[in-house]
Design a protein around this ligand. Structure first.
Ligand SMILES: [Zn+2]
Length: 464
């Protein structure tokens, strides 16, 4: 991941400012540069008119210097407010709300501020780590974190800020920060509401809440390998903020399915009865698109379909054209393809190919066509099942090669043959064995429709 390969090397940077830590991968850059590069790639895809502000730059601004001076000058009033909530461990009288930088060992979290000279904008400190004592520039250090939080509200004029539930306890960090900004700085605090944390799962296993420090979860960059940013935004918006969201990359097809459904409902392609739920879906979809919903492109490339097709065509433009041809032939795509539709199909093929070849996809969705039918496959099933499979071949010969027709013919055959549920399972198992050498596979009708008809028929004839 984004860590040092040598933990011993990383150890020396404990308690350093992030801007001073070198990048774990790039000799010239810093830790911050490295992560900012990543951020610059994904942030514009999820956000809208986002401007990234770095705190160390903020500390150089006049408005920030003004508020730091004011908070230091009014530190007694600040301390009284904070100590109301710190009965156990109150700040002492001589408390100065600054974390100075140690000029000797370059650490910031190991120092204590002893006095300040606000004319020179310097702070006198002692460092518990290297035992040195000295003066350093206030703007090389920082305000203690609560005060930094409210100073940022003040300097950036924040009006609204949602926050995790850990800040929401009465008398907790947010309450005390609001009290300080309003009574000490005479400035209105931002409106906000709390939301539940986001959990991370793989399969049935819940790994707990996502966290940056111990790294539980996935990066937005990872998400973009498998799905569009709108899909994630919609999922967040649709879920009530006080309900826990559990995200797992193995569930990507289901998130995309939900988003595509919302799109169909939004454009009136799919009816939806429940009016309260309908409103939530519509508004979530609108906000996903920043209230500027584009016109409907006319076609949705189903992700499950894309998972199948992406494995049968090459990953280049020619492959996309082959896929489009297939979609036309199987009557899944009836529309005239615009440039927008081609781009959409190409993107979904790429995303689904990335996903199905990743560790998050189950093995049975990976397609490796089997050329040979071995006798053990045939022997594993009863004569009755073998005959139904053979009959399927005869029926499919006269079937128009579309997903719908194939599905219909299979249902007819099931009825005619009078297969029980158990026999039906064996019937499908045998089919997957014949084509994939596996007892499970992608959904059968779309899978078969995506294959070459002649090749399918030849395989089914071979079993006799
Ligand atoms: Zn030091």
């Amino acid at each position: 991941m984004n860590l040092f390969s040598d933990p011993m090397k990383a150890k020396q940077y404990i308690n350093w400012r992030y801007i001073d830590i070198p990048s774990p991968h790039n000799k010239n850059g810093t830790w911050v540069d490295y992560h900012l590069n990543d951020l610059a790639v994904w942030m514009p895809k999820f956000g809208h008119d986002v401007q990234i502000v770095q705190t160390h730059e903020l500390y150089l601004q006049e408005r920030m210097i003004k508020v730091v001076i004011e908070l230091v000058n009014k530190r007694n009033a600040v301390r009284e407010i904070l100590n109301k909530y710190r009965k156990e461990n109150p700040f002492p009288k001589e408390w100065i709300p600054i974390d100075p930088l140690c000029e000797q060992c370059n650490r910031i979290a190991t120092t204590r501020a002893l006095e300040v000279n606000l004319d020179k904008y310097k702070v006198h400190y002692i460092c518990d780590e290297c035992k040195s004592e000295g003066w350093s520039d206030i703007n090389k250090g920082k305000l203690t974190w609560r005060l930094e939080w409210l100073a940022i509200w003040y300097v950036l004029n924040v009006h609204f800020e949602p926050y995790g539930k850990d800040h929401a306890t009465p008398g907790g960090s947010r309450d005390s920060c609001i009290e300080i900004i309003e009574s000490v700085l005479n400035h209105r605090g931002p409106y906000g509401f709390w939301n539940e944390w986001v959990g991370y799962s793989e399969g049935q296993k819940d790994f707990g809440d996502m966290s940056g420090s111990g790294f539980i979860g996935f990066t937005p960059t990872k998400w973009l390998e498998y799905a569009e940013p709108e899909v994630l935004k919609y999922h967040y918006l649709k879920t009530p903020p006080k309900r826990r969201i559990i995200l797992g990359l193995d569930k990507i097809p289901s998130y995309i399915g939900d988003y595509d459904r919302a799109q169909r409902i939004y454009y009136g392609i799919e009816p939806f009865e429940d009016s309260a739920e309908l409103h939530t879906i519509q508004r979530s979809y609108e906000i996903t698109h920043f209230n500027n919903v584009p016109e409907y492109r006319g076609f949705q490339m189903d992700y499950q379909q894309a998972i199948i097709l992406s494995q049968l065509v090459s990953p280049d433009q020619e492959g996309t054209q082959q896929a489009i041809k297939k979609l036309h032939a199987t009557e899944i795509l009836k529309e005239k393809v615009t440039e927008e539709i081609v781009d959409h199909i190409q993107l979904r093929l790429t995303l689904s190919r990335n996903w199905v070849t990743s560790k998050y996809a189950p093995d049975h969705l990976r397609i490796e066509l089997k050329e040979e039918i071995t006798p053990d496959i045939l022997n594993a099933y009863s004569e009755r099942i073998r005959n139904v499979v053979f009959d399927l071949g005869k029926i499919l010969k006269k079937t128009k090669w579309t997903e719908e027709e194939i599905k219909q013919k299979m249902m007819d055959l099931r009825e005619k043959a009078g297969l029980s549920r158990k026999e039906m399972n064996q019937f499908f198992q045998m089919l997957y064995q014949i084509f994939l050498g596996n007892i499970k596979g992608p959904r059968f009708a779309p899978f078969i429709a995506a294959l070459d008809k002649k090749w399918v028929l030849r395989k089914l004839e071979e079993i006799i």
